[in-house]
Design a protein around this ligand. Sequence first.
Ligand code: HEM
Length: 254
Amino acid sequence: MPTATQSAQQAPSTATLRHSLLVRITHWLTFIAFIALLVTGIEILISHPRFYWGEVGNVNTHPIFTFHIPSSRDTVPTGYGYVLPDQNGWSRYLHFEAAWLLVLTGAVYFAYLIATGHLRRNLFPTRDQRSLRAYTTRLGQYLRLKKSAADELHTYNVLQRTSYLVVLFVLFPLIIWTGLAMSPAITTSFPFVSSLLGGRQSARTIHLFVTIALVLFLIIHVTMVALSGFRVRIRAMITGKSTLGAELTTRELP
Ligand code: HEM
């Protein structure tokens, strides 16, 4: 019986379907929404780079930390005293629109995950992968810049699976919850959305830290894709088709 490596070496060069159309569309829509949220979020942050804990926070209250950058909402003196200038309305509009794109795209993707078994089959670590050793072994291979093994041709390794589960079930729900907790329209009808987090300003501070975690995820995610074979995997995520078997024999075998 051929080993996994021999099978990969003998793999035909015909393309196979690696990602379904729905996964590809929702993946890239999520990425577009995320970049739009990040850019507009930074613009909103610049307008008031002070962070508080609790319900109330403004120029008259004590922040828990401050980014020492020029603020576009610094108070300006006028003949009538100190006033706040324009609050960057364009970035708020675009932030909310991108947030809804993210939520709707996420809802479609979640329905697909559950309905097709993709979650259980491809994103939860397999029985063999559920050990500390599996994590440390794969991490060591990444750190030594070792190319993907043949058994990763059409499946995700344990670090990829775990990072996807963290982003899907921890970071995205938290970023949406903390975002809703800052919306007066939501908190007026459902005050617990914000009070459970300690108040609107606490929600804003947590929102910032979850954003930083998402940016870290993105850096780690793209690094893992690059170490596994960037062009091949990006092509598969765009076209759906994978010729991994053929390419591995010439370029990627360890
Ligand atoms: C916030 C942004 C992103 C999120 C949340 C995200 C999330 C994910 C998730 C959940 C999967 C698994 C999809 C599935 O099978 O259901 C995935 C796969 C993948 N992502 Fe991303 N992604 C993001 C950005 C990117 C970017 C910027 C790139 C490339 C430059 C990228 C390239 C890929 C590739 C190539 C795969 C397949 C990995 C493989 O075949 O080994 N992603 N991503």
